[in-house]
Write a protein that binds this ligand. Structure first.
Ligand code: AMP
Length: 191
């Protein structure tokens, strides 16, 4: 199996690039943010809970997020591999993912990290907010909080995957096509 963590701060382009990569490599795209938003739209119990965190730019608790992610993987039992987008975001999530994948006889192949300067992230998120309808993309204070949460809780995962020799940094600035090519070059070394 090819299991990729597509990593980077909010606005790095994880969703855009995931959508382009899944067809080429025949992978299933699991975006925890998308799954939460779907549940919010459907007003499920999970959606109502997630909303209270997402609208502040805070992380949804690990237990809830991990259980949801594992259920999604389980419901795609025929998948040839996954792109995890927006997960893991904490050390606890990364450990849970490793344990869970090991129980299925597989593992993360690599973490591909899109690297983008913070000033560019804010510009991109505010621009996306004009069309996405996402409240958390429209408020500079919430955006700042999301980036701070990334710096405080998520960025450390680079060390986690580096220790496993699985960290790959990719420049996330430039044309979408060029960034896809850089990612593909790295993925091709894994297969
Ligand atoms: P995203 O679409 O990845 O930017 O995620 C939007 C929001 O969903 C985040 O700001 C968090 O509130 C929540 N979220 C998404 N993924 C996770 C995760 N792995 N752990 C906790 N919260 C998450």
């Amino acid at each position: 199996m090819l299991n990729l963590v597509l990593f980077g701060p909010p606005g790095a382009g994880k969703g855009t690039q995931s959508a382009l990569l899944i067809d080429k490599y025949n992978l299933v795209h699991l975006s925890t943010g998308d799954i939460f938003r779907y549940n919010m739209k459907e007003n499920t119990e999970l959606g109502i809970l997630a909303k209270s965190y997402i609208e502040k730019g805070a992380l949804v608790p690990d237990e809830v997020t991990i259980a949801m992610l594992e259920a999604e993987v389980n419901s795609n039992s025929k998948a040839k591999g996954f792109i995890f987008d927006g997960f893991p975001r904490t050390h606890k999530q990364a450990e849970a993912l490793d344990t869970f994948l090991a129980s299925k006889g597989t593992a993360i192949s690599a973490m591909l990290a899109l690297e983008v300067e913070v000033e560019e992230l804010v510009v991109r998120l505010l621009e996306r907010g004009k069309s996405s309808g996402r409240a958390d993309d429209q408020n500079p204070k919430i955006i700042k909080n999301r980036i701070q949460v990334y710096d405080n809780e998520t960025a450390i995962l680079k060390d986690y995957y580096s220790a496993q020799n699985k960290f790959v940094g990719v420049k996330g600035v430039g044309s979408i096509t060029d960034i896809t090519s850089s990612l593909c070059k790295e993925i091709d070394t894994l297969i």
